[in-house]
Design a protein around this ligand. Structure first.
Ligand code: LLP
Length: 445
């Protein structure tokens, strides 16, 4: 064992991973259960790789968050961040529970619409909304457009005026707060591409109030993703509260604050963000301003509620390394390759799970050295054909998949612990679909 390994914090074993995830259980006969449904049955029926989501887990998490906001006495709407998992069944599930949506593209807006979430419960975020997207949002009667720049404010004003509408807009402010997360998913530091610089926000808000076609309704802030400490939230919301007070002192109306998303989950052994602590941070900073509040959580709602099932293709001994090569790859789940993200990996078979573990590299078959799911991970002897679940893959999993190496998109299934049943919610993409739409012109003349 290398010194760095010896000094590293030990990784959680299967028992610890399961204990922290009440929706998962290991049955001696049926193997790994997700909301009581044997995952092996889904892998048998649909093949691997396959994504599996838990409806009861998603509903339970939504209600836990809702309850925390209500208990804190906050007038707050939950706008599910569609980007985390945009499957129609997932959107419809949250919509049916009363959630709104946070969208960042025409495609997400149309998805939310198709899943039955009305535009009056939808917020449109993002740094580069096109004229077409702004037009569509206004035509649909969007609840709010979060403006990221003076340039975008001018675009919205022009489009809304031409349509004879008034666009409800919030200014997304960059509070210059470091969320203490992975640099690729931090969005609230000065110099990040997101939001209006804090120092420019007050003047732009006053300007917005004079523009035709614009109804300034409030402020928005989103400082990053996978945030597990509350201090950055408190710092950011404190700065927003200051801005609300100073705008109001100038006689401007600020009715809403969109607090963004970013709530982190426990992938390894980091403590997940607690809904009560998050609600408490909002209440302590923004609670006394009589605001209509909004939040835009994605990962926290769906991350733990999804797994990616994969089969071992072969085990390649390249001493001292043991490469367990799966049939899932970075094209399916990109997070480990892109962020060095840690995801739990648990065998589907109880026999495999109980076998003595030794270090392994868990790899995908894609032709990139970065196509590695885990390094130096203590795992049992997993032979060809053995199956594993890659945990916490419900957020930023299937949505970030590509077909690199001409690998079709994997199917998706939904289990529901409340009924004990499961359904296919997306069939595996066929190879022919990969090149449907491609043209072979021969010699281009
Ligand atoms: N609101 C806005 C404006 C956002 O940009 C995001 C995420 C959210 C809400 C939802 O954040 P959440 O609650 O899910 O943290 N692909 C990365 C995460 C990118 C997050 C992008 N923005 C990952 O796999 O970790």
């Amino acid at each position: 064992m290398s010194i760095s390994t010896a000094l590293a914090v030990p990784e959680p074993g299967f028992a610890a991973l399961m204990a922290a995830r009440p929706h998962l259980a290991m049955d001696a006969m049926a193997g790994l259960l997700f909301e009581g449904v044997p995952l092996a049955a889904i892998a048998d029926a649909l093949g691997t790789p396959v994504w599996v989501y838990g409806a009861a887990t998603m509903r339970g998490r939504y209600h836990a968050l809702r309850a925390a906001l209500d208990a804190a006495g906050l007038d707050a709407g939950v706008h599910y961040a569609v980007k985390a998992n945009d499957h129609l069944a997932v959107l419809a599930l949250f919509g049916a529970e009363g959630a709104g949506a946070d969208v960042v593209s025409e495609g997400e807006l149309r998805r939310a619409h198709a899943a039955g979430i009305p535009a009056r419960r939808i917020v449109f975020s993002g740094v580069g909304k096109t004229l077409g997207e702004i037009r569509l949002a206004l035509a649909e009667g969007i609840a709010q457009i979060n403006i990221e720049s003076a340039e975008e404010l001018a675009m919205v004003s022009a489009v809304a005026t031409a349509m004879d509408r008034r666009a409800p807009v919030a200014l997304r402010v960059n509070p210059d707060v470091d969320a203490g997360t992975h640099p690729k998913i931090a969005t609230g530091r000065a110099g990040d591409k997101f939001g209006i610089p804090y120092g420019d926000a007050a003047a732009l808000y006053a300007h917005a109030a004079t523009l035709p076609g614009i109804a300034p309704v409030g402020l928005a802030v989103h400082i990053g993703s996978q945030i597990t400490a509350m201090a950055p939230y408190r710092a950011a919301y404190g700065r927003i509260a200051e801005l609300v007070r100073s705008l109001r002192a100038q006689g401007l109306v600020v009715a809403r604050v969109d607090c963004g998303g970013g709530l982190g989950i426990g992938y390894r052994d980091e403590p997940a963000a607690a809904p009560a602590a998050f609600a408490g941070a909002i209440r302590a900073t923004l609670g006394d301003l009589g605001l209509r509040l909004m939040i835009e959580p994605g990962r926290w709602l769906v991350g733990p509620a999804g797994v990616l099932l994969a089969s071992v293709v072969l085990v390649k001994q390249a001493r001292p390394r043991r490469f367990v090569v799966l049939d899932a790859a970075m094209n399916d789940l990109l997070r480990p390759a892109l962020y060095g993200a840690w995801h739990g990996i648990v065998p589907l078979s109880a026999v495999d799970a109980a076998a003595p573990a030794s270090p392994a590299e868990i790899a995908g078959p894609v032709c990139e050295s970065g196509d590695i799911f885990a390094t130096d991970r203590a795992l049992p002897p997993l032979e060809a054909g053995a199956r594993v679940a890659i945990l916490d893959a419900g957020a930023y999993g299937a949505v970030m998949s590509s077909t690199y190496n001409a690998r079709p998109l994997a199917p998706q299934a939904l289990v529901d612990g409340d009924t004990g049943a499961w359904r296919t919610i997306r069939v595996r993409q066929s190879h022919a679909e990969l090149w449907a739409g491609e043209l072979m012109p021969g010699r281009v003349a």
